[in-house]
Design a protein around this ligand. Structure first.
Ligand code: HEM
Length: 506
């Protein structure tokens, strides 16, 4: 070692270098932020380690859009907030403005704003698909997929939801009970949604009470789907090598992914044989999987009615209105897909729950060239001002922010389904499903399933919150309807009690 070398000196030099590099990163990131108001933070909320650290004054974390939904944009008096990291990651601008959202997500194939591979990691695990693809690839996927979402599909969704509902009621013993205590609504709604999409999207039909593990001890496909979709955020934030670590949750996730990949590969091979006419009767399949073969389109939004039921349980007046509508439209006969258009209040209750808990809670885009955003004037004043944007800037459309923006939804915290009376499920007003050419393709699929499920359930059962002694409905709401953040946003466990409207004969 040279005589002039000294460890303290080397360490100090490294420290100086580190500080200089962080300061220059900060300067670069501040420049990118274009002078917008916001926060200087160590890590971006959607990357590691920021996403897994709690939301607190020095780290917004993944939950900030929920926790600070009422204050963040209001306090900064801006519908654009720049989050400028100085340790790792890039500048991200969050917005709760649908006018800005339109410019970044709805620009079509010529748009300077794209989804990057990094941000779509969770959904491209099985190959580039419609949700994650861009430009010509997206156009091709959408052209293939679009027609698969049609009246026949919605008929199938309705029929399958009804079948699974009955299967569930029988398997869970509801048919023989007058009162059912449900520990967590989502134990049922999630599974129901999983079974419906398995059949309607993929052509895999499962029984409600199928065991989670196969006889040979390997993971069953239903369980694998469940594990994969509920923990998909792991895929986005954990590096590949982490799945080899002796951590039970990661290993279970790895097994679920392997099981699904193998199953998917086999399905694709079988389906190709069918499509090429090597298997008798193949073309007659009704499910959309033959089209989905090229593009696994489930993006994890499998939780549908858990929040809707939660709200209906604490607002009995609204539940009564829905019940009256169901009785007047359906009466005692079998509810049919043709009833969908008449069950306006049922649909509205679902749309309002989607607003308050937007499952797709962020839409992420990056500028691939220098461009300009037209920012609406403050306070809803008419007109816009141009905001020059540099290549590389990331914009996150904060869907919680949009849905709680009082400019669009007065008294945003209030569960008020009347906001959606007379609004079609295809309407652009339902911004929780995005806007423009890349709007959610599955919105009517999701709504058909939800309306069918609610119609079957509410016609026979009254839903009430399972309250703790002395607890009010609003206290129950605050306790149980906190959010979970995965690849999608949802609630943890909504305990309710179902009471049969017409008790069974003794
Ligand atoms: C409650 C449920 C759902 C909500 C709130 C929701 C919301 C969204 C949102 C916000 C996007 C835009 C994402 C972006 O551009 O970054 C999207 C895209 C998409 N959704 Fe959904 N979704 C739901 C259910 C479904 C279901 C059940 C399906 C399929 C059966 C589906 C299929 C799609 C597809 C294929 C796209 C990509 C469209 C494109 O890029 O052209 N969604 N969804």
């Amino acid at each position: 070692m040279p005589a002039y070398f000294s460890w303290p000196l080397a360490a100090s030099a490294l420290l100086v270098l580190f500080i200089v590099s962080r300061v220059s990163k900060l300067i670069h990131n501040i420049k990118l932020s274009g002078g917008l108001p916001g926060w200087k933070i160590p890590f971006p909320p959607l990357g590691l380690p920021g996403a897994v650290l709690p939301t607190t004054w020095w780290n917004p974390g993944i939950r900030w859009t929920w926790t600070w939904r009422a204050s963040a944009y209001k306090d900064l008096k801006s519908e654009l907030i720049a989050l400028v990291p100085f340790m790792v990651g890039q500048t991200t601008v969050y917005t709760n403005s649908i006018e800005i959202a339109r410019q970044v997500v709805a620009g079509g194939v010529q748009s300077p704003w794209i989804k990057t591979e990094e941000t779509s990691k969770g959904v491209i695990a099985w190959g580039i698909n419609l949700i994650s693809s861009e430009k010509e690839t997206w156009r091709r996927h959408r052209r293939i997929m679009g027609p698969a979402f049609n009246a026949t599909t919605y008929g199938l969704v309705w029929a399958e939801t009804a079948r699974v509902f009955r299967d569930m009621a029988a398997a869970e013993g509801w048919d023989a009970q007058n009162t059912v205590s449900v520990r967590a609504v989502q134990d049922y709604t999630f599974k129901l949604a999983l079974l419906v999409i398995s059949t309607c999207g993929f052509g895999w039909s499962f029984a409600w009470d199928e065991p989670p593990m196969n006889e040979d001890g390997t993971m069953g496909i239903q369980k694998a789907l469940n594990v994969y979709t509920t923990n998909i955020l792991l895929l986005v934030i954990a590096p590949e090598w982490a799945f080899k670590l002796p951590i039970a949750k990661l290993q279970e996730y790895y097994r679920a992914r392997e099981t699904l990949s193998e199953y998917m590969a086999k399905q694709i091979a079988d389906r190709k044989d069918e499509i090429h006419g090597e298997v008798e009767g193949a073309a007659k399949r009704q499910d959309v999987f033959s089209l989905l073969v090229r593009a696994n389109e489930d993006d994890g939004k499998l939780k549908l009615d858990d929040t809707t039921l939660g709200f209906l349980s604490i607002y009995p007046d609204i539940q009564k209105e829905l019940y009256d509508e169901i009785v007047s439209v359906v009466g005692d006969r079998e509810p049919m897909v043709e009833d969908f258009g008449k069950l306006e209040k049922v649909l509205a209750s679902f749309c309002e729950a989607m607003r308050l808990y937007p499952a797709g809670y962020v839409m992420i885009r990056e500028a691939i060239e220098d461009t300009v955003l037209n920012v609406p004037n403050e306070g809803g004043q008419p007109g816009t001002r141009p905001l020059p944007v540099q290549k590389g800037l990331r914009v996150v459309v904060d869907m919680v922010g949009v849905q709680y923006n009082p400019r669009y939804f007065p008294d945003p915290e209030k569960y008020d389904p009347t906001r959606w009376y007379g609004v079609s499920i295809e309407s652009e007003a339902l911004t929780a499903f995005s806007v423009g050419p890349r709007t959610c393709l599955g919105r009517k699929f999701a709504a058909t399933e939800a309306v069918c499920f609610l119609t079957f359930l509410l016609r026979d059962w009254h839903v009430s919150p399972s309250l703790r002694p002395g607890e009010t409905g609003e206290q129950w709401r605050a306790r149980v309807m906190g959010t979970t953040f995965g690849l999608t946003l949802g609630v943890e466990s909504v305990p309710v009690t179902l009471t049969r409207r017409r008790p069974l004969p003794v």
